[in-house]
Design a protein around this ligand. Structure first.
Ligand code: ADP
Length: 447
């Protein structure tokens, strides 16, 4: 089988959906393929929000923001290893992009703030609803309305090229049959590689054996698809981990639980790290414990300090005991050692000095029953590195664009440098998805 269209988009997460809509709104034919049976990718899992400076919503709330501060915050978060041109473009386009999304049905009316931002610029739905699914629903409804040709359970297996110019892709249909789609422009929006443990470990051996918060389709196909083409890959070893993820279901426990007083205890009933050290240090310490994981332990007073914990409780994530000893028994840990550790920690809190690990913030003693615990281990969260692009969203090879090839979203590298700020992933994927979609559509109409 052999088909022809104007623009092909690989991957129907936030970046791919945005690109497909942008191209289709320019009046060209678009085929959007998605290898999973459902669309949305990792974008479906986004809970924080979407950062932007000077959106209409932000302005209407009287928030005083500036593009320059957004750029500064992002570069500081990325330890100044980001591609500054791309960050500037992202910040400059961010406000308009929020308006674009709202016009297409997204609810981003609530504006708050995530770590590393100096101004309230994290846009999210009202009523505490998760931003990712809201965005995916809105974009998917718009794509539907535009009659974008969406094909799920269809996997891109090869990007075709002739004399350095892209000619289309080869895919596998839901029944396993290969076919070719010819097009002048191809947009790679396949997401990251956080769910591909061997690939993660090959770029960063410290992450060997880590689980992931990512969906299964985050397997790094963008990397394998472009290998033969010899595209530029940048900052591949920059991979963000999160230290408190439940290993049995890959659900993330928010950092604020530790911030509000929870401690980490190993299977010998002992603390083993300053719980508030950086993500990489805490992650590594957990992996050195028996069973390569630990228990996050807290009491009712910590629970009462943080609404999110009720959610974990209601989902059945927490083990509960009326005393430290009862909790220890349920966890199969020595009662005596567990109790001694809690008593010891409480005395550190009382004297405001952690003599074991020098934790500097000791918000409260753990002495109000019931006591709670949840098993946690580090997991791969976001892959910052990836395919190098320029300001037109074109894929680079030896720093020069490959004609007809575009990329957007987590598959690309350079925007977040060595550390991505919460709320910056979504703005990245929609800004560069739109740019890639617009430019691919224009190219496909060139004579
Ligand atoms: P982003 O945030 O960059 O949009 P997502 O993870 O949200 O990334 O979306 C990427 C999507 O691409 C996922 O739905 C994933 O299943 C899909 N995908 C990955 N590899 C392929 C492939 N080879 N063919 C088709 N779709 C793919």
């Amino acid at each position: 089988k052999n088909e022809t269209t104007d623009v092909v988009v690989i991957g129907a997460g936030g970046a791919g959906l945005t690109a497909a809509i942008a191209a289709k709104e320019k009046g060209v034919n678009v085929i959007l393929i998605e290898k999973m049976p459902m669309i949305g990718g990792n974008t479906n899992y986004a809970t924080g929000g979407i950062n932007a400076a000077n959106s209409s919503i932000q302005l209407s709330k009287g928030i005083n923001d500036s593009i320059d501060i957004f750029i500064e915050d992002t570069l500081k978060g990325g330890k100044n290893t980001n591609n500054k041109d791309l960050v500037t473009l992202m910040a400059n386009s961010s406000g308009k992009m929020i308006d674009w999304l709202v016009e297409r049905g997204a609810d981003l009316q609530d504006v708050g703030r995530m770590g590393g931002q100096s101004v309230n610029r994290t846009h999210r739905p009202q009523g505490g609803k998760a931003v990712g699914p809201n965005l995916v629903d809105a974009l998917s409804a718009r794509a539907n309305e535009l009659k974008v040709d969406l094909r799920v359970s269809t996997t891109a297996t090869k990007i075709n090229e002739k004399d350095g110019v892209i000619t289309g892709i080869t895919v596998t249909s839901p029944d396993g049959q290969p076919y070719t789609i010819n097009s002048k422009a191809v947009i790679i929006a396949t997401g990251g590689f956080g769910a591909n443990e061997p690939l993660v470990a090959s770029y960063n051996e410290n992450l060997k054996g880590f689980g992931t918060t990512n969906h299964k389709g985050a397997s790094g196909d963008g990397i394998s698809l472009t290998k033969e083409l010899g595209v530029d890959l940048i900052q591949m070893k920059e991979i963000q981990t999160h230290p408190t993820v439940i290993p049995t279901n890959n659900k993330m426990i928010t950092e604020a639980v530790r911030g509000n007083g929870a401690i980490l205890i190993n299977r010998d009933g002992k603390r083993f790290v300053n719980e508030l050290d950086t993500r990489d240090v805490v992650s590594k310490a957990e992996l050195s414990q028996k069973g390569n994981s630990a228990y996050l332990v807290f009491d009712q007073s910590v629970r009462e300090s943080l609404k999110a914990i009720d959610g974990y409780y209601n989902k059945g994530f927490l083990t509960e005991g009326n005393s430290p000893e009862e909790l220890a028994t349920k966890l199969n840990i020595s009662n005596k050692k567990f109790k001694t550790t809690i008593d010891q920690y409480n005395s550190f809190v009382k004297n405001n000095k952690d003599l074991d690990f020098n934790r500097n913030d000791l918000p409260r003693q753990l002495n109000k029953p019931p006591y709670y615990a949840v098993e946690v281990a580090p997991a791969v969260h976001h892959t910052m590195g990836g395919i190098a692009i320029n300001k037109n969203g074109e894929v680079l090879k030896n720093q020069k664009p490959i004609k007809g090839l575009y990329a957007a979203g987590e598959v690309t590298g350079g925007i977040h440098g060595s550390n991505r700020l919460g709320g910056n992933a979504l703005i990245d994927i929609v800004v560069f998805g739109k740019i890639a979609g617009d430019n691919a559509a224009n190219l496909s109409q060139e004579k």
